[in-house]
Design a protein around this ligand. Structure first.
Ligand code: Q9C
Ligand code: ZN
Length: 317
């Protein structure tokens, strides 16, 4: 397995988010990625490479030019200790801009695109340790710790070579990814997530959202109740994987959040460390060329174990 990682993410370091009017410590902390990469280094699960640099055109296929300019200009204009909150381009109060946000977000996209390029060249499984995450980022809105939609940009890139399925197993619905492909039939979006009636992003991810125009039937949402455990999760995953098998894609992208963990501080499912391995084995059994893109996961202490268990399910160690 190839692992794509850069420490450029660390310059995106907001100290806080706003929750219901109160400033709280930022859950999407740099330490998340640092713990994952150090666990993967120790476990020798794959070769770790730096991402290449890619042209901005790839981002502009998914995001509005004014939106990209906004993040670049506002990031550059902020001092080292400044933080920017509400604006037209923000869905919520969970994706502030700091000085290093733009360069970090661009390198997260580069990691996903490098992974996609490797998969297109025949690599069976690549893990892109993207930070900041991406699946909540819409055409011209940041939100939910996301700025550029890493998985959607990689999916669009791979869709030039063949059909792409995206399996989103983050705890939250990937509203941005769904939006990017809602009217397309060449990219299937399938998501398992917490019932949006009770959890972020609240307004999307209901089972009735199934695509529009050419995309009708190519978006599949499987909301699950809070407390969903390993067995219940795998039962629903089996249905999602059957959707993907039927679609018969050339490539699979897994939007992989570890915020389904039993002890996640802000979420509410019951997936265990061994459970991640079972989930990965089921996905691997599809036999597809697979790019895994990191999304959420906030139990910083245990993220390394989750990642090692999950990725181990793809290589049988
Ligand atoms: N202070 C991802 O997992 N809700 N984003 C925060 C707690 C926002 C999650 C409320 C959750 C966004 C990529
Ligand atoms: Zn999430």
């Amino acid at each position: 397995m190839i692992i794509v990682y850069t420490d450029a993410h660390a310059q995106h370091n907001p100290p806080e988010e706003i929750y219901d009017g109160t400033r709280e410590p930022y859950a999407e902390a740099a330490q998340r990625a640092e713990n994952i990469i150090s666990a993967l280094r120790d476990s020798n699960i794959g070769e770790i490479i730096e991402p290449e640099n890619y042209d901005l055109q790839h981002i502009l296929r998914i995001h509005q030019p004014e939106y990209v300019d906004f993040i670049r200009n506002r990031s550059a204009g902020l001092g080292k200790d400044e933080i920017l909150f509400p604006s037209y381009f923000m869905s919520d109060t969970y994706a502030p801009i700091v000085h290093g946000t733009y360069p970090a977000a661009v390198r997260a996209v580069d990691a996903a695109l490098s992974g996609a390029e490797k998969v297109a060249a025949g690599e069976p499984t690549v893990y892109a340790l993207c930070r900041p995450p991406g699946h909540h980022a819409e055409h011209n809105k940041m939100g939910g710790y996301c700025y550029f939609n890493n998985a959607a940009i990689a999916a669009d890139y791979l869709s030039e070579q063949g059909k792409v399925a995206i399996l989103d197993i983050d705890f939250h619905h990937g509203n941005g990814t769904q939006q990017a492909f809602y009217e397309r039939s060449d990219v299937l979006y399938v998501s398992l997530h917490a019932d949006p009636a009770v959890k972020y992003p609240y307004s999307t991810g209901f089972a009735r959202e199934q695509g529009a125009h050419d995309g009708v039937g190519y978006t599949k949402n499987y909301p699950l109740p809070l407390g969903t455990n390993d067995d219940q999760y795998v039962t629903q995953l089996t249905v999602a994987l059957a959707d993907i098998a039927q679609f018969d894609p050339a490539y699979l992208i897994v939007s992989c959040g570890f915020d389904t963990y039993v002890d996640d501080p802000i979420c509410g499912f019951g997936i265990t460390v061994p459970g991640y391995r079972v989930i990965a084995e089921q996905i691997h059994a599809l036999g597809l060329s697979t790019l895994i893109v990191q999304e959420g996961g906030y139990n910083i202490e245990h993220l390394g174990e989750m990642a090692t268990s999950f990725l181990g399910g793809f290589i049988g160690t």
